[in-house]
Design a protein around this ligand. Structure first.
Ligand SMILES: [Fe+2]
Length: 329
């Protein structure tokens, strides 16, 4: 854009009190209305944060160096920024806003930093975890829609740690993916596999996020869980996890992911189940019936929630690609 078109007054002699409006003004020619709105609110909140905390120059630099360290800790298989978002509660907040779930459906939870795209596609009944020290665990699941109809051919991504609480990607010398798989539900909406009983584990504490947790006197543990991600055209993308009831960290998850509806009882297979599924009689058992929401239902709920939230803030807004922007027409 021709800079001469930018309709702003001379930007000089700016003060604590007028810098915010001026920064917002110079950003206001942005042609993407959603980006323009996001930047307008970001600048407002960032500036208010500095004013409200009387942020010192040293603290500002500490923050920048912290974010630099977070970025430098990231690799192809480690996402320290997701971890930061997780421990600040932002990941759960964004998931709740962007993927609202009607009461009859399975709730979502945090993705976490350990999903990878390396998992092999496995058939029903596959052994997805090969840690010899892990406790064998049979997992039997169904997937239905909100009317109770089975959904076939859903792509399901599954991942968990080994018995020591580490994901495969945390081992530098690993040979390939383990404790993870991609599966597809059958015509009855069923998927099942052999895994190991999840264990509690610490989120990676050797980076800047771990140091921050120590400074905040917070522990870095997550309760025992297994991750699931569901994809099928026409249905809302579901990222969730199942948590074991009675885990010592059930009510103090370092990344705030636990929800009552996602807590399961760890059972033991019956003799019949051991025979039917080809597992040892000592094998533990997790069962769960997942319910997916249609894309349309989720979108309508998300848009309604967005407009209700804007109304509560007293803002005149409209939707742009399903997301709120100021209604200035
Ligand atoms: Fe996890």
């Amino acid at each position: 854009m021709d800079p001469s078109l930018v309709n702003v007054p001379p930007l000089k002699n700016l003060t604590i009190d007028n810098i915010t409006d001026n920064v917002k003004l110079i950003n206001s020619n942005c042609e993407n209305p959603r980006l323009k709105y996001i930047l307008e609110r970001l600048v407002q909140h960032l500036h208010d944060f500095a004013r409200e905390t009387r942020l010192s120059h040293e603290e500002w630099m500490t923050g920048l160096l912290f974010l630099t360290a977070v970025g430098q800790k990231c690799t192809d298989v480690r996402q320290e920024f997701i971890l930061l978002s997780d421990i600040l509660g932002l990941s759960l907040l964004v998931d709740s806003i962007d993927h609202p779930k009607p009461p009859a459906s399975t709730e979502g939870t945090v993705l976490g930093p350990f999903h990878s795209h390396e998992a092999e596609i496995e058939p029903n009944g596959a052994q997805i975890a090969h840690d010899p020290d892990g406790e064998p665990c049979l997992v039997l699941c169904t997937i239905k829609d909100t009317d109770g109809k089975p959904i076939s051919d859903v792509k399901i991504d599954i991942w968990e740690t080994d018995s020591k609480g580490f994901y495969d990607v945390q081992y530098p010398g690993r040979e390939g993916p383990d404790q993870r798989a991609v599966m597809h539900s059958d015509e009855k909406g069923i998927f099942w596999f052999k895994a190991i009983t999840p264990v509690p584990y610490p989120i990676p504490a050797d980076g800047p996020v771990g140091k921050l947790l120590i400074e905040l006197r917070r522990h870095c543990y997550r309760p025992s869980h297994m991750h699931f991600m569901f994809e099928k055209v026409g249905f809302d993308h579901l990222i969730t996890a199942l948590y074991l009831r009675g885990d010592p960290y059930e009510t103090s998850d370092a990344v705030f992911g636990v929800k009552d509806s996602l807590i399961v009882d760890l059972k033991t297979v019956s003799s019949d189940q051991a025979r039917e599924y080809g597992v040892s009689e000592k094998s533990r058992l997790i069962t769960y019936d997942f319910v997916l929401v249609s894309e349309e239902e989720s979108r309508k709920l998300q848009e309604k929630n967005a407009m209700d939230a804007m109304k509560a803030l007293g803002r005149k807004m409209k939707l742009y690609n399903g997301l709120p922007i100021p209604d200035v027409d």
